[in-house]
Write a protein that binds this ligand. Sequence first.
Ligand code: SOE
Length: 380
Amino acid sequence: MAKKTLNVGMIGYGFMGRAHSNAYRKVSQFFDLDHAPVLKAVAARNSDKLEPFARNWGWESTETDWRRLVDRDDIDVIDICSPNNTHHEIALAAASRGKMVLCEKPLAIDVDEAVEMVEAVEAAGVANMVWFNYRRVPAISLARQMIDEGRLGRIFHYRSTYLQDWTISEDVPLGGPTLWRLEKEVAGAGVSGDLASHSIDTAIWLNGPIESVSGMTEIFVKERPVQGSPSERKAVEIDDVCTFMARFSNGSNGTFEATRYARGRKNKNSFEVNGEKGSLYFDLENMHQLQYFNHDDPSHIQGWRTIMVTAFEHPYMKNWWVPGCVIGYEHTFINALADFLKGLESGEGTHPSFREALATQKTQEAVLDSARNSEWMTVD
Ligand code: SOE
């Protein structure tokens, strides 16, 4: 049967532009789907960088103004990979023209913007998804499956860390490609939005809603040179580290730590879940492994076991290689796109939707409010 084409218009060509372009190119080869994405057009302001990017990834055309992209009749899906402060305006424009909207995380600069984005896509009735790609790590999906199967029983603890170390030097400037993450007007928030948002999305997906939080943040480097103008210095207003406690609706307690100041940690996105019947531990730096402790094992052979999540039975893995052959970071985006397309085709919906990502945004914001006010905050 001929595949239905889905014409994609993507905005942005940075780190995520590359990850998404790769997903659009590969998904039809590895997943048996009715829809085939077409790399129709990519938009960004700087045509000197945009043209080689488009050629390299096989985008059919380019636009230097995202508004023209959104206006084009030959585009079905708008994919937002540009910095956080652009998400809201683009998403509203795309939804008003009836386009499906995919958006990088975090959904928005703040909850107010995120609410309007949810309302816009729901009023327009267009499919939507936020690229919280770590849900699509096979070992994390397996953790979800094992929790759903009741293997952990009642859950007591959820413990999460997301650790990096790339902003420790005071010389790292603020602003420009990648480093817009350090600029409040562009990023909205610091690690709470950039890293803890991933941890919160994973936690809610695995362990259900978070009801209240108590947070603490710090800015270790208070002033930085401005990218492109090193003699100029600007105050840092985003959180460098964000640590919080959380109460989940299921009664379990959580702790979360997100920082870019953990020397030696490059992308240590980890969690441990402790339940009455067992525990699970995952660390992205060993992303094909899931650690499992089963209290039902005979006591003389009890201990943590390492599940190599590469078997055909494991989530996503039958679409990749033979058992034992690991997959990597980029595959999580391909898996996410496959899920989006399957969700469209089955009518089961696309996840995490903007509404689901709003819950994450509300939790992030409650953490920052809590840190500011030194009190527990209920997550609305
Ligand atoms: C930050 O360093 C970053 O690039 C995040 O923005 C991504 O979302 C994360 O997955 C990797 O780290």
